[in-house]
Design a binder for this molecule. Structure first.
Ligand code: TRP
Ligand code: SF4
Length: 347
């Protein structure tokens, strides 16, 4: 491990194995993670057990999807020399801590997690009335606390889970800490939510089928841009438009240089440029971003075992750290694995 690692604050975050990642995943999380590697001691986890909280009936793709996520992480520049990249299910300590947390967590705490009710109402195609689904924020708390993480980079939607994690840490410390807290109370590091529209103008999301994938080859990126929706006020080429009301304009704001942005702003508002030209510039910006990632990705696509081995080695390092925490946890609960003589006996 790099010198000074022990003095850096520790970060843990996780991503569900949804398969290939899209630009929304990059802007909403991955890009931010890449930028944290030097400053923090980072643990990044493919949370494959979390995938089962909603998709338990068919697990045939979990491993493949996890590997795809690993490809994209490595392609985006997460560096196994700088951070620990691993699979959740390879570190059984997460499950052990989750079990212990389940003993001390009042049901009401889980039932009032905002995502719980919302998803149970919205997702109709599968039965989410399971124990695992109710408990999944607790599994997330275990993911975080088994590393005694100080900071958790997440989007807005996950802040309530980190808040719950702090409540669990506090409750555990109150029961078992004997004046010396076992767990820190981790903070959310809110990822600034850039508004990233998909090709149909709605938020980019796998479930909407409007994504641009990090692994999309240049012609696919250009084709997707061509059919992307624009400012509805620009019906004809001669109509002026407004990049602030246009999904393509939003892409420019995130991915294009200031010069290009200036040309878009001026050209769109004066009808000096057409949408086709404007979109080709947006495609240029995306291709410039994605090219180096796709270069790095090739190596892993050609030899998936390389990526597997990197995450497998990361999982060993994660187990080491998680194992240290579990020793503290068991000791605090008077359940260490060491022999202790029954009271009143000297042996
Ligand atoms: N629940 C998170 C999500 O759906 C993923 C996740 C699991 C996570 N464990 C975590 C995020 C720990 C941060 C820290 O996006
Ligand atoms: Fe959108 Fe560009 Fe067309 Fe303006 S010129 S409406 S920003 S695509």
């Amino acid at each position: 491990m790099t010198p000074g690692a022990t003095t850096r604050k520790r970060v843990l975050s996780g991503m569900r194995p949804t398969g290939k990642l899209h630009l929304g995943n990059f802007v909403g999380a991955l890009q931010n993670w890449v930028g944290m590697q030097d400053q923090y001691e980072c643990f990044f986890c493919v949370v494959d057990w979390h995938a089962l909280t909603t998709d338990y009936a068919d697990t045939s793709r979990v491993k493949e999807n996890s590997l795809e996520v690993a490809f994209d992480w490595l392609a985006a520049g997460l560096d196994p020399e700088k951070c620990v990249l691993f699979f959740q299910s390879h570190v059984p300590e997460h499950a052990e801590l989750h079990l212990l947390f389940s003993m001390i967590t009042p049901l009401g705490w889980l039932e009032r997690v905002p995502t719980y009710k919302e998803q149970r109402e919205n997702i109709k195609d599968k039965d989410l009335g399971t124990y695992g689904f109710l408990g999944y924020p607790l599994l997330q708390a275990a993911d975080i606390l088994v590393y005694k993480a100080d900071c958790v980079p997440v989007g807005e939607d996950q802040v309530a889970h980190v808040e719950l994690t702090r409540e669990i840490a506090r409750r555990f410390n109150a029961f078992y800490g004997s004046g010396k807290p076992v767990f820190p109370e981790p903070q959310s590091l809110l990822t600034p939510a850039a508004k990233l529209p998909g090709t149909d103008g709605r938020k980019m999301s796998k479930s909407y089928g409007n994504t641009i994938m990090l692994a999309d080859p240049e012609p696919v990126v250009r084709q997707k841009l061509k059919t992307m929706v624009t400012d509805p006020a620009r019906v004809r080429r001669s109509d002026p438009g407004n990049p602030d009301l246009c999904p393509v304009g939003d892409l420019h704001k995130i991915f294009s240089s200031n010069e290009t942005m200036a040309k878009v702003n001026d050209g769109c508002r004066t009808a000096g440029i057409g949408c086709i030209e404007c979109k080709s510039w947006a495609a240029d910006s995306l291709v410039r971003l994605l090219k180096p990632m796709q270069e790095r990705r090739k190596k892993f696509e050609q030899n998936p075992r390389l990526a597997w081995d990197i995450l497998e080695a990361g999982s060993q390092r994660a187990r080491q750290a998680a194992g240290e925490t579990m020793q503290d946890v068991r000791a605090a609960m008077h359940m260490s694995l060491d022999y202790e003589a029954p009271q009143g006996r000297a042996d």
